[in-house]
Design a protein around this ligand. Sequence first.
Ligand code: NAD
Ligand code: UD1
Length: 678
Amino acid sequence: MSDEYILVTGGAGYIGSHTVIELINHGYKVVIADNLSNSSYDAVARIEFIVKQHVPFYKVDIRNEKELNQVFSNHKISGVIHFAALKAVGESTKIPLEYYDNNVSGTIALLNVCKSNNVKTIVFSSSATVYGDVTRFGDNSMIPIPEHCPMDPTNPYGRTKFVIESILKDIYDSDELWKVAILRYFNPIGAHPSGLLGEDPLGIPNNLLPYLAQVAIGRREKLSIFGNDYNSHDGTPIRDYIHVVDLAKGHIAALAYLKNLQSKGLYREWNLGTGKGSTVFDVYHAFCRAVGKELPYEVVARRAGDVLDLTAKPDRANKELNWKAELTVDDACKDLWKWTTENPYGFHIDNYSWENFDGYNNRLHSFVNGPLKVNLANHGALIQKVLLDGVNMVKAYDNAADFKDKSNPFFGTTVGRFANRVAKGQFELNGKKYQLTQNEGNNNLHAGFNGFDKQDFLGPVVKHKDGKFLVDFLIVDKDGNDGFPGEVEAIVHYTIDESSVGIEYECRLLSGEATIVNMTNHSYFDVSDSANIDGTEVKLVTDQMMEVDAELIPTGKFVANEYVTDPIVLDEKKPFDNCFIVDDDNCGIDTRARPLKKVFEATHPKTNNKFTVETTEPAFQFYTGDGVNTKGFAKRCGFCVEPSRFIDAINHEKWANQVILKKGEVYGSKIKYGFTKK
Ligand code: NAD
Ligand code: UD1
C-alpha cells in the first residue's frame, strides 16, 4: 500500500464521513482535518469502527495555516477533498461575513498550504445552488441543469461556492499542473446503511428529510410543506435527491479521474445528481413507506427563495467519471430511518461525554446513569472508573501514559486474545505446534507483551436504548501477534445501567482456520473506599477450585472450595490468586446463551457498598492484587474477578473446545459487574 494520504477537510461531517469510508473501501489512506464546528468526534470513532482501521484525525480549523501545515508535515498528502464549510443558506443571509471568512478565507488558507507543500490535486464540494434560479431562463432550456448553465447564486452561501470555484479556476489558469474537480451536489439525503453515520443537524432542521425524520421520531409535531401551487404533478417543488453514499462514490470517481491524468492538469465541473426529479410529496410518501405509517403534515405558504425545479443533468459525470447514482429515494429513506431510530438525537446522547486522554487517539468516555458514573477508555477498552454516588469502586490511573506503562498491572483492561496462562506458551492446534511469547517466566500470561490491554481499540459506537448506554469497542488483532495464529476481530460491548456494567465479548477469525481465544476483564475493584481492601467481606459462590502447580498452571484436577457459602473477610495473610469453577459443563466457544450466574459478592461494613459478579463463563480467577506496586497504588489496593474459560484449557484435551475458535464461528461470553448499596 502506498504511504500517500488523501486529506479530507470536513471529514467528520455528513458527506465527508461517508466519503472517508468509500475512500478507505477503495484502498486510499485518509487523514481527516475538521474543527468539529458542525460535527462530532463520535463520527470519526464510528468511521474507524466501520472500516476497522485507525484513521488519523486532526482537530484543525482550515483557516489556521500553521496547524494545517503540520498535518502535511506529518503525512505525505497526495490530494485533498475539501468539504469543510458552513452550509446553511438561511444562516448565511444573517452572518455573511462568517460565511465568507470560513468558506472563502478557509479555502485560501488551505490552498496556500497545498501550494507550499506542492499538493495540486483537489476535489471541491460545490453546490447546485451556484446555478441559482434556473427557471429564470423561462423556456426550460436549463432543466435538467447542465454544467454550462450560467451561475447566479442567490444567497451568500451560494456566493461563497461561486467565489471559491472562481479562485480555483484562476489558480489553474496560472499553473496548469493543478488538477481541480468541482463537484456540484444536488440534494444529498439518506445515511450509511450500517445505521452508524448520518446527518446530525443541530437545532431545527432546514432541509426536508432531516425535518421529516424528526417528525417521525416524535421530536417535531408535523411537517410544513412549503406550497402546493407549483407547476408539478402534485403542486410541490421538484428536486434531485441523491443518496449520500452515491454522492460519496462520486468523489472517488473524480479523484481517480484526476489521478489518471498523469502529469497533465485540469479544471472541470461535474454535476453529482441522479437526473431524476422528485416532488416534496414523492419524498414524503417514500419516507412514510420506510417508517410504515402516515406522518402528520400541513401545507403552508411557499418558502422564500424556493424554485420549482432543480434537477441535474448528470451526463457529464456519468460519461467522464464513469459514475452513476444507483440508489433510489426509497433506499435513502430506509437508511435514514435506520439511522434515526438507532440515533434519535444524532451523535448527541444526554449524560454521555468524552475528553482526550492522550490526543485524539486515546479518549476517555464518561457515562452517567442515575447514581453510577462510569469512565471507559478506548486504550484496552478499559474501565477507568466506576463511581457509585461519587464513591470510586475501581482502582486505576487518571492518565493514559500510566495505563500504557509497563508497570501497569492490567488496571481496568480487557484481557485477550487469551486471558490467564498458557503453559510454556505452547499449544498444538490442527496438528501444528505454536510457540507464544513467554512473558511470565516460562509461561504466556494474558496474551503476552502486546495483548489487547496494550492496544488502542477502535470506536466506540455509543447508543442509548431503554435507559441503558450501549458502548462498543472493536479491535483487529494481527495474525502472529505474540505468536497467536490468525487475524481476529474482537468486540467489547459494554452495557451501563443504573446499577451495573455489563460486558459482552465477541470474537471472530478474519484469517486462518483456527485460533485460541479467552477474554476477560482485569479491573481492580474496591468496596472499602480506602487504599486497602482488607476487611472486605467476600462470598465466592462456587464449590470447586482448580488445583494448580507452583506456576499457577492447572494439574487437571478440581478441589473443594473451602470457602463455599460463608463470607470470608479479606486479610493479607490469606492472599488469593485462585481459579474457581462455576461448572464443568461443556460450555463450548460461545457461552452467551447460558444463564448469567451469580458467582461473587463483596461488601464492606464501612461503606455498605456492594459489588457482585454474574457470568456465563465456566470459571473465574479471584486475585487480591498482592503483586500491585505501581505509581499511586500499593498491593491489595483492589481485587480482580476475572470470569473466563479454564486456565490453559488448550493444553487439556477435555477443556480445549472451550477456547478453540474456528473459521466461521463466534467466540462469546458475558460478565455483569453490579455496583449497589447493601
Ligand atoms: P457538514 O456541516 O456536515 O460538514 C462540514 C464539516 O466541515 C463539518 O464537520 C464542520 O465541522 C467542518 N468545518 C466547517 N468549517 C470548518 C473549518 N473552518 N475548518 C475545519 N473544519 C470545518 O456539511 P455537509 O453536508 O457534509 O457538507 C459538506 C460540504 O458539501 C460543504 O462544503 C457543503 O457546502 C457542501 N454541500 C452540502 C450540501 C448538503 O445538502 N449537505 C449540498 C451541496 C453542497
Ligand atoms: C437547500 C439549499 C441548497 C442546499 C440544499 C441541501 C436553499 C434555497 N437551498 O436546497 O443550497 O444545497 O438545501 O442542503 O435553501 N421543504 C418543505 N418543508 C420543509 C423543508 C423543505 O416543504 O420543512 C421543501 C422545500 O420547499 C423544497 C424541498 O422540500 O421544495 C427541499 O428543500 P430542502 O431540503 O431545504 O432543500 P433545497 O431547498 O432544495
